[in-house]
Write a protein that binds this ligand. Structure first.
Ligand code: PMP
Length: 296
């Protein structure tokens, strides 16, 4: 197999030569933003939405990316094309760039832009068939007024601390609670409940990333005529839900069957989850995504 090529500041370089400075403030301070994107069948899924979120995150931290949205979109599609990928997981990263030691970004003259496109590592089928068991993390989700979780920032320590709790509990995910005690999301996925005939997900303003998979599921559910609500979710709502599932670019939709030793519904992936996963997979086959040169 040909060596993987990585986009670094305007050039594609072989993976073992893809380097950034140790003075990069992304490395020193986690000062930057990123995206996790997926390509299906020669097209990048909802690239426009990912680019929009990337620029929103950059705007929120006052980072000028130095490229137009069209140029940034081309970086993503070309990263797939040069690696001959029709299906891929793509990591787009922008950091404040190299500067002096010291927090101020004033010493960073230009951002570092990196794009890594590679094979997607799929989750085991058993997770989709049997569902996930998980716990609530004791680590509180970042306060909206500290580092808003809507910013997909390079500073993921809040999520990593909760992920360590998930690992310790033998689970791939943990539920995260905000400063007011409401459930907001997981360490790297959004959450949905099916409860008393409605599909419910916590609103982003309470402290959740506006997931692209979340947005797609909301659109699909509304299209099916299901009652949908973005409203505060407590652990009571979680424990008493009939169904629960997580959404994320890598995971797509994953059912949750047990939280904090409470069985969710009948402890098996439910019909709403199955219906929405099927609709989501159909949605990924649509040909409205950004075409990858030589693949679409
Ligand atoms: N929440 C967090 C904290 C995330 O990092 C992610 C992305 N991995 C998500 C939710 C899901 O977002 P998306 O559907 O855009 O992948």
């Amino acid at each position: 197999m040909a060596e993987q090529l990585i986009y670094v500041n305007g050039k594609f370089v072989p993976r073992d030569q893809a380097c950034v400075s140790v003075f990069d403030h992304g490395f020193l301070y986690g000062d930057g933003v990123f995206e996790g994107i997926r390509a299906y069948n020669g097209r990048v899924f909802r690239l426009k939405d990912h680019i929009e979120r990337f620029y929103d995150s950059a705007a929120a931290i006052g980072l000028d990316l130095g490229l137009s949205r069209e140029e940034m979109s081309d970086v993503v599609t070309e990263s797939c094309a040069v690696n001959d990928l029709a299906n891929a997981y793509i990591r787009l990263v922008a950091s404040r760039g190299a500067g002096d030691l010291g927090l101020s970004p004033k010493s960073c003259k230009k951002p570092t832009i990196v794009c890594i496109a590679g094979q997607i590592a799929l989750y085991p089928q058993s997770l989709y068939d049997n569902g996930l068991e998980m716990v609530t993390a004791s680590t509180t989700r970042n306060f909206v007024n500290s580092l808003n979780p809507r910013v997909k920032s390079l500073n993921y320590l809040n999520n990593i601390l909760a992920k360590i709790e998930a690992d310790r509990a033998g689970s791939m995910e943990a539920l995260m609670i905000n400063d007011t005690g409401y459930v907001v999301e997981c360490t790297g996925d959004n959450i949905f409940l099916w409860r008393h005939g409605r599909l419910i997900t916590p609103p982003a303003w309470m402290g959740a990333l506006e997931g692209i998979t979340r947005k797609t599921v909301l659109e699909l559910a509304r299209g099916m005529g299901l009652p949908v609500a973005e409203e505060p979710v407590s652990r009571f709502d979680v424990y008493s839900a009939e169904e629960m599932f997580l959404t994320g670019t890598a995971a797509e939709l994953i059912p949750v069957v047990n939280v904090d030793a409470r069985k969710i519904g009948d402890g098996k992936p439910g019909p709403m989850f199955k219906k929405l996963l099927e609709a989501f997979r159909e949605r990924t086959k649509e040909t409205d995504g950004a075409a990858i040169r030589g693949q679409a």
